[in-house]
Design a protein around this ligand. Structure first.
Ligand code: AP5
Length: 218
């Protein structure tokens, strides 16, 4: 299975990608997670990316295209992958198509999640993440379950700096300007399906599974 999960910040890409990656044993390639890990360890990539991420802006295309080339060429990607957070500009999408051709990779589907913007802001303000393993939670789950540490690894939960309302709104503006136009790019290629991301997490997951089965990708 080789798919792209597409949509605005906070729509649920990471949540759905993690479920699919566990179920199918394939590589979840989250460019956001890769960048956050690089920032945390102050690698050259992290030093380049930090300021852009803090301000809610996109990291420059040449940096991201270099990163994705490295990741898609790795052994881990050979069994299949879910791309989450890449591509985000038309230049990235063009570079990705070239890369797929070069590496002889056939993309199964681009699945776009649609959620109303106010709901995106609400979800981002309520998101908490595990510092250690990156597992995603929301405040409602935590209040219902009473957990204050990660259920998976016991790590501390934190709120991402770029999830504060002002930065979230800016990220949404950046999405509308830079990333949303990609919908047309992929619609024209006949590989694009949009699904309703407003439903509950398991319902969205089942919709994605049905779609992948129907397209022979799962
Ligand atoms: P990144 O980490 O990729 O952020 P994003 O795309 O903005 O996406 P998010 O992680 O915010 O949201 P998500 O859709 O994964 O939602 P989630 O599942 O967590 O990127 C961060 C930064 O890195 C960028 O701003 C940029 O600077 C840089 N970057 C990354 N890639 C780049 C690229 N290609 N080019 C340039 N720069 C790049 O869910 C959110 C919350 O909602 C959670 O609390 C979750 O529990 C909850 N939730 C999920 N689904 C549902 C549901 N169905 N119902 C109710 N709640 C739900």
């Amino acid at each position: 299975m080789r798919i792209i999960l597409f949509g605005p910040p906070g729509v649920g890409k990471g949540t759905q990608a993690k479920l699919l990656a566990e179920e199918f044993g394939i590589y979840h390639i989250s460019t956001g997670d890769l960048l956050r890990a690089a920032v945390k360890s102050s690698t050259p990539l992290g030093l380049k990316a930090r300021e852009y991420m803090e301000d809610g802006n996109l990291v420059p295309d040449e940096v991201m295209i270099g990163l994705i080339e490295e990741v898609l060429g790795s052994r881990k990607a050979q069994k299949g992958f879910i791309l989450d957070g890449f591509p985000r500009t038309v230049a990235q999408a063009r570079a990705l198509d070239e890369l797929f051709e070069r590496l002889n990779i056939k993309l199964d589907r681009v699945i776009s999640l649609r959620v109303e913007h106010e709901e995106v802001i609400r979800r981002l303000s309520q998101r908490r993440m595990c510092k250690q393993c990156g597992r995603i939670y929301n405040l409602q789950q935590l209040e219902n379950g009473g957990a204050s540490r990660c259920e998976n690894c016991g790590g501390d939960l934190y709120q991402r700096d770029d999830d504060k309302p002002e930065t979230s709104r800016h990220r949404l503006d950046v999405y509308v300007k830079e990333t949303k136009p990609l919908k047309n790019f992929y619609r024209q290629s006949g590989r694009f399906t949009q699904i309703d991301g407003m439903k509950d997490i398991p319902v969205v997951h089942n919709t994605i599974l049905d779609l992948l089965l129907k397209n022979g990708a799962a």
